[in-house]
Structures are given as C-alpha cells and as structure tokens.
Design a protein around this ligand. Sequence first.
Ligand code: MLC
Length: 343
Amino acid sequence: MAGGEVGDSRSTSGLTPNSGHVGVTEPQKSLEDENLKTLASQDTQDLKSVLVTSVLNLEKLDVDLYRGTHHWVPRTQRLFGGQIIGQALVAAAKSVSDNFYAHSLHCYFVRAGDPKVPVLYQVDRTRDGRSFTVRSVKAVQHGQPILICQASFQKLQPSPLEHQFTMPSVPPPEDLLTVEELIRLHLSKPDLAEDAKKGLNKLLANEVPIEIKPVSPAHFYRFTPSEPRRLFWGRARGYIGEGNMKLHCCVAAYVSDFALLGTAMQPYPNYRAQFAASLDHAMWFHSTFCSDEWMLYECESSWAGSSRGLVQGRIWRRDGVLAASCSQEGLLRVKPVPESSKL
Ligand SMILES: CC(C)(COP(=O)(O)OP(=O)(O)OC[C@H]1O[C@@H](n2cnc3c(N)ncnc32)[C@H](O)[C@@H]1OP(=O)(O)O)[C@@H](O)C(=O)NCCC(=O)NCCSC(=O)CC(=O)O
C-alpha cells in the first residue's frame, strides 16, 4: 500500500490546489551528508528513549494525582503542548484496564505552561463502560488549569467496516536529512550572518527528544511560499520497543504537536509568528504502531483567519497503515518579516 497517491476524496483547499501528488525532494545528498547521517544515527542507537524514562514517567502523588517534569522547553519558554498532552494521556491511562486502548482525546490549552515548576495531573474517572471508558484530566500549575483534556479508551472490537486513505508517496527516511543535519549544512555556508549562526547553534544545542526528517525542507522552513501542506518522517529518539501500546500513543501525542501548526504559515514566508501557540488539539488512534520507528506525518491546513489556523494531520506507519489522525487550531499573531532579515 505504501507508495500510492493521495486519495481523490481529500484534496486540500490550499493556495495551489494542483499538487495532489507528493514525493518531491531537493537533491541534498553528498558524502558529507552521509557522514553526518551515520554519526546522527549512532547517537540514537541503543539509548532508551528519554520520553519513556523521563518525560512520560509520571510520579504518583496520590490516587489519580500525578506530577510530570520537563525535559525539553521550546525557545518560547512556554511548556511544549505535546508534552502536556502526552503526560495527560499517561495520567488518564493509569486508571484504565490493560485491555482498553486510547482511541481519542480532546484538549484545550487554556494557559501557558510555566517551565520553572512541575505540572500536576488530576484525573477524574468520568465513566467506565463495557466497551468505552472516559477520563477527564486537568493539568494544573500555580493552582490553575493549563490544559483540560478528555480521553476515551475502548476494548478492541472486530468490525466488518474497514477503510482508510492511501499513504502519500514520498522518499524513504533513509534518503532524507534530519533537522539537525539540515541546520549543520546551513551553518557551513560561508556567508551566514553571525546572528543567524548563533540562533542555529542554539537550536542544535536543544535536546529535542524526537527526530524529524522533512520531505521538502524548503517548504518546511518556509524559504519559499507553498501550499499549507507538509510531510515529514518522525520518531521518538532512542529505543522504546514493542509491547506497550498505551505508551506508544502517549509518545505519538507528544510528537503530534511538534510541527503541526507551522503548516498554516507555509503560504506566508513574508510573515513571522509573533505569538504562535496551539489552542486545542484532538487525536484519534486507529492502529497499533511503534512510535520509535519512522512514521510519516502528513499535515495540511484547511483554513486560516481571525489570527487562527486550523491544521489536520495524519500519521502513517511505514507500511502504509493509517496509525492516527489529529486536528489542531492554533493562535497565529504575525508580523511582516523586515526587509533586512530576509535571506
Ligand atoms: C491563547 C492564550 C494566550 C489566550 O489568549 P488571550 O488573548 O485571551 O490571553 P490574554 O488576554 O492573557 O493575553 C495574552 C497576551 O496576548 C496579548 N493579546 C491579547 N489579545 C491580543 C490581540 N488581539 N492582539 C495582540 N495581542 C493581544 C495580551 O496583551 C497578552 O500579552 P502580554 O503577555 O505581553 O501581556 C492562552 O489561552 C494561552 O496561553 N493558552 C496556552 C497556549 C499554549 O501554551 N499552547 C501550548 C504551547 S504551543 C505548542 O506547543 C505548539 C507550537 O508552539 O507550535
């Protein structure tokens, strides 16, 4: 199934609606790149994922009350939304029987998360049914909610109704560079301004616990205007291994918020986000998957307006199975890029 075209039934309403087919990539391989790739993959092998050992490893304080700490904090100095969703789902799953699996979650980010203090997760056992179980989670800092989340779990049930879209055709992750490799390549440009160098080195120093390989870096980094659609391979850094599907869903929830909202900015390279933050996030889990294996993230923004952007995402297993879908609206307060800082 892998390697087909995007299904006819869901063409985007982007600015350039003619490109239903994906799979375009810039020539970007060289011996130097290959060396970088080898080094990068050696870094990640045999290391237990920090997402499992730290970020999603909540401390139990009392019945249905947990504490989560932070590993990576974005430059905005607000807590990363994916971390809060992932931790909320971990907390919710702790009071759910082993034979119930997360099938969906719906969240609102109501306040910015403070990186200086841990987050408390209060779980309410909303309902336990024969097939479905629902949990409500409040993430709290300084006595006030920063996230409200409902998560629903279901017992595995057979169904004669089964369909999905077809996975887009894209180059395999082995043929693409990670964001860190792309940054290093950019850093090697002789005419790069000192400010840019500093910024890029700071980015490299971040220990983001996930790996991303954009299919089309020029669009991902908004060097040129493009339709509001992006594809990238993503996976948790380090080893998680098979077995705990609930944990893989929590990791996917973490990753799903990483590069979703930027999709809505792709048509507007002449604008920079002054304030960008996810407002809500919904997710549906369809199939089993391993979040430490490469999965294809297909993101498209169907609408932007009123300082908001709406983005839908599909997460594909490498073998073409649709693993999860997500949807998010984000606040996008923008300002024009000054002429002097355009590349
Ligand atoms: C979206 C919210 C800021 C609510 O917005 P409000 O405008 O109602 O909030 P507020 O009134 O407190 O104002 C916040 C700041 O915005 C300014 N402000 C308010 N309205 C404005 C307007 N119309 N135009 C320009 N500025 C405005 C205020 O002056 C204030 O600035 P000042 O502060 O200078 O006084 C809040 O709900 C929130 O922070 N939610 C959490 C979002 C989040 O953290 N998501 C997860 C991380 S994002 C992520 O992980 C994904 C990603 O980054 O891609």
